[in-house]
Design a protein around this ligand. Structure first.
Ligand SMILES: NC(=O)CC[C@H](N)C(=O)O
Length: 419
């Protein structure tokens, strides 16, 4: 790692990474111009960069891709998880080359510029990743300035002034603020996203080519629901990836999305057959003020619950467990997880998609909460179930997007258990 070098940009440098410890790494900027501060994390997925960059769980984070050729299949309007910007941007080894893919309509830098995402190429991402592995995830700033002018002192002050993700509540910043019905199912080649409302009463239906960003309908309480016999899932949006809602629809649910700050009364007013707790950014321990009382109220009333990632962490906290900040986090599309307990004690290994920097401390799980899944990388907790209730959650991302679809059974298990 280069020593601190707060001097003028070397010739040709239009981007820079400034870490809070004073390290300055010069590179070539792309995408949006500007500067953004956050935690530097790494993701080992080889594909799916658009889904990763639009996962709201990455709010407050700058993503280092360990795969060197990011951008080579361009960008399209469908492979996005949420249109609202959450991640700050990304760091790559190589500048994205000309895209080669039939679905591409834009280059990655063009799309990132539109999304307000900053890119930085020409960084030794292997060295940066090893540094994160050895010393933990640092705070830093990435900056892109097409004229090559940077105020390194100001960027360093920005990196040092950022308080860090620990203790930070970001879920309510990225959550939707309105309530609405979610209609779209999962995507298929040549057909786009399935829209089950065209066949009320069953999942699947005629496809629509509407991009993901248009799939969140406006509130429409008077929508015709007669004849719609699907179990009603109320999904609390802490910063959800849209593919979770699509998978709930695919599994046969009717889905209503409510904001992160919805009260217990608001959630119950929809008469949910089950409640889904979404993924999201920030420190779960700092998200408790509004989330925990709602989840505890649902548990008291034995409302069926399914949680993913931040939703998993919030269910564990509501049940009395604690979460911890991980040294380097888990972010990638090939993490092995074993089913080890409760209803999931068959020892089967799933290959999963992951994105988390906090984890449930299994040692703090109270009586009545069973560990159901475990990471085969480091033994950390990857799933829990509440004994005697239809309430379970996983740390990883069974909706994939990107990643393997080994874990779709969790959506089926949740939805088929609802009446
Ligand atoms: N994807 C998520 O929901 C992430 C949860 C939490 N923000 C973490 O980093 O652990």
């Amino acid at each position: 790692m280069a020593p601190a070098n707060p001097s003028a940009a070397p010739s040709g440098a239009t981007g820079v990474l400034v870490l809070a410890d004073g390290t300055v790494l010069w590179g070539v900027g792309y995408g949006a111009a500007g500067a953004g501060v956050g935690e530097i994390c790494f993701n080992t997925a080889m594909t799916g960069y658009q889904e990763i960059l639009t996962d709201p769980s990455y709010a407050g984070q700058i993503i280092t891709f360990t795969f060197p050729h990011i951008g080579n299949v361009g960008a399209n309007p469908e492979d996005i998880e949420r249109s609202a910007r959450a991640a700050i941007g990304c760091i790559t080894r190589e500048l994205p080359t000309a895209p080669s893919n039939f679905r591409s309509v834009q280059t990655l830098p063009e799309w990132m510029a539109e999304q307000g995402l900053i890119g930085l190429a020409g960084i030794d991402t292997r060295a940066l990743t090893r540094r994160i592995r050895d010393a933990g995830a640092p705070n830093g700033v990435i900056a892109h300035s097409p004229d090559g002018k940077f105020d390194i002192d100001a960027l360093l002050a920005m990196a040092r002034g950022w308080p860090g993700l620990e203790g930070m509540d970001l879920a309510k910043e990225v959550s939707r603020t309105d309530t609405g019905d979610w209609d779209a199912g999962t995507w298929t080649l040549g057909k786009g996203y399935a829209s089950p409302l065209l066949h009320a009463g069953g999942a699947g239906g005629e496809p629509t080519s509407a991009p993901a960003s248009e799939n969140m309908p406006t509130p429409n309480p008077s929508r015709e629901r007669e004849g719609d016999s699907r179990p009603h899932v109320v999904a609390i949006d802490y910063g959800a990836k849209d593919n979770i809602f699509r998978n709930l629809v695919k599994a046969g649910a009717r889905v209503t999305v409510v904001p992160a700050t919805a009260t217990l009364d608001e959630v119950l007013s929809h008469q949910p057959a089950g409640v889904f707790l979404s993924n999201g950014p920030g420190d779960p321990a700092a998200t408790g003020e509004y989330a925990v009382p709602v989840i505890q109220g649902l548990l008291e009333r034995s409302v069926p619950i399914f949680g993913i990632c931040l939703g998993h962490q919030m269910l564990a906290i509501a049940a009395g467990a604690k979460t911890i900040k991980m040294h380097q986090g888990h972010r990638g599309a090939n993490h092995p997880v074993q089913r080890v307990g409760g209803e999931f004690a068959d020892g089967v290994v799933e290959i999963t998609s992951m994105n988390h920097g906090f984890a449930v401390d299994a040692a703090t799980l109270p009586a009545g909460v069973v560990e159901t899944h475990k990471s085969l990388f480091d033994g950390s907790n990857c799933g829990i179930a509440i004994t005697g209730k239809q309430a379970f959650s996983v740390q990883y991302h069974p909706e994939a997007s990107p990643g393997p679809q080994d874990s779709f059974y969790l959506f089926e298990k949740f939805v088929s258990g609802l009446t």
